[in-house]
Design a protein around this ligand. Structure first.
Ligand code: ATP
Ligand code: MG
Length: 240
């Protein structure tokens, strides 16, 4: 019985590694031909815009927009798959300082939305500080982006959990979501809105989840539509 379980786990690890490799190779090797297409279409636009008919200008403009979008998607995929390639440099880090970095990067969005960000006393934990900053930035960024009519009120919380680690949280008073989406939003490129409603490609939460899991933690959301959301993640007492 135990042997069977071990074999399954090894099999799963192998197929996960294969999938990660596939994602990396696909996104990396797609960059080159895409660059070639992009430069041709841009040349076409530069040299011939206004010289062909209006429909041709429109086709070219659509191609340029499509290429830009594909570049963003491929870059996002590459960022996501690269997350798994380096081992984590774990350093004792003040989460409060990491949050400060994330908030500094979001300064424009905070100023523009009037968001008020409050916090508990945040712990010092052994993490990869750069990746942790990315987690806070994506979560607080989402809390600002998916705001409703109210001024965003965001709280970053920290409580010691039963396992001796920490549970950190980012709560907002934004648009919220239905329970049936609580899992799907953590998948790559899964979004609940169109790009015209809210900008983005749908990679942020997938990145957060992958980072948290690499640190030996878990991440989930609780939310009520129209009221707000709380994203929680755990960090073990001593990370991996
Ligand atoms: N705080 C939130 N409140 C309400 N909905 C949210 C919140 N955070 C995420 N979501 C929903 O989950 C989806 C996935 O979030 P994610 O951060 O992965 O993508 P994104 O913000 O749309 O794009 P990106 O992060 O790539 O810029 C969002 O499109 C949105 O529908
Ligand atoms: Mg996001």
């Amino acid at each position: 019985m135990e042997k069977l379980a071990e074999e399954r786990i090894a099999e799963l690890a192998r197929s996960n590694a294969e999938l990660a490799q596939f994602g990396y190779v696909a996104s990396h090797d797609l960059q080159e031909p895409l660059r070639a297409v992009a430069s041709c279409v841009q040349l076409l636009q530069k040299r011939y815009s206004g010289q062909l008919d209006a429909r041709a200008d429109e086709f070219i403009a659509h191609s340029v927009a499509g290429i830009k979008r594909m570049e963003t998607l491929i870059n996002d995929l590459l960022t996501y798959s690269r997350l798994g390639t380096h081992s984590l440099p774990l350093v004792k880090t003040q989460c409060g300082e990491v949050l400060d970095i994330a908030l500094a990067n979001l300064a424009a969005a905070i100023a523009e939305s009037g968001a008020v960000v409050t916090r508990d006393a945040l712990p010092a934990v052994e993490v990869d500080a750069t990746q942790m900053a990315q987690v806070f930035q994506n979560l607080v960024g989402n809390a600002i982006k998916f705001r409703g009519a109210r001024t965003p009120a965001i709280h970053v919380g920290a409580t010691k959990n039963k396992e001796g680690g920490w549970t950190l949280s980012v709560s907002d008073n934004g648009i919220g979501m239905e329970p049936q989406y609580f899992e799907r939003i953590f998948e790559v490129f899964q979004r609940l809105h169109t790009r015209t409603e809210y900008q983005g490609t749908g990679i942020g939460l997938a990145i957060c989840k992958k980072i948290v899991e690499r640190h030996g933690g878990r991440m989930h959301v609780e939310s009520r539509i129209g009221e707000g959301s709380t994203f929680r993640f755990t960090l073990p007492g001593r990370a991996l």
